[in-house]
Design a binder for this molecule. Sequence first.
Ligand code: MN3
Length: 204
Amino acid sequence: MAHLLPKLSYTYDALEPYIDAKTMEIHHSKHHQTYTDKFNAALEKHPELFEKAPQDLLKDTSKIPEDIRQAVINHGGGYVNHNLFWEFLRPGQENNTPQGALLEAINKSFTSFENFKTIFTNEASLKFGSGWTWLCKKASEEKLVIISTSNQDSPLSQGLTPIMTIDIWEHAYYLKHQNRRPEYIENWWKVANWAKAEELLKQA
Ligand code: MN3
């Protein structure tokens, strides 16, 4: 069974004014659709791999047949990364901060939420080129880590479990913010879905 572009749980204009409807529409219906199609096209060459969860393929890329390995890393990565990106967004609300177990883990790892936000924002602002910035959990360790990956590389391939992520490819912000990536990041915090991040932390 071919992998499908996920339906969003909100409309393209639901994240306005923080993320504009046009960017959302193109990002989801064009960019994410293309990753989905190219991921499926790669798997067509080894159809038995459709049975595997995309995340599991990315966890051990050495097991992917060599002729499609880079295509799966690129387009399978793009497919999975965007799935999480959409889930970690929700319409903006006042006082949007993490709660409960997630807040506790953030405080333990980064002293405070404000400090975490500063480190994460710097990382995402300064990351060179196209990629993603992530909050991840290391297996068997309580502490959370902030990392960036290039292109569509997934933290799953480094043995890390993603808790939240921001897409810092220009296609995620260029229409509205042009070259002003920090402005995009500042707006993105307003539509962060902390409940989803807490759920992922509990499963990690
Ligand atoms: Mn993208």
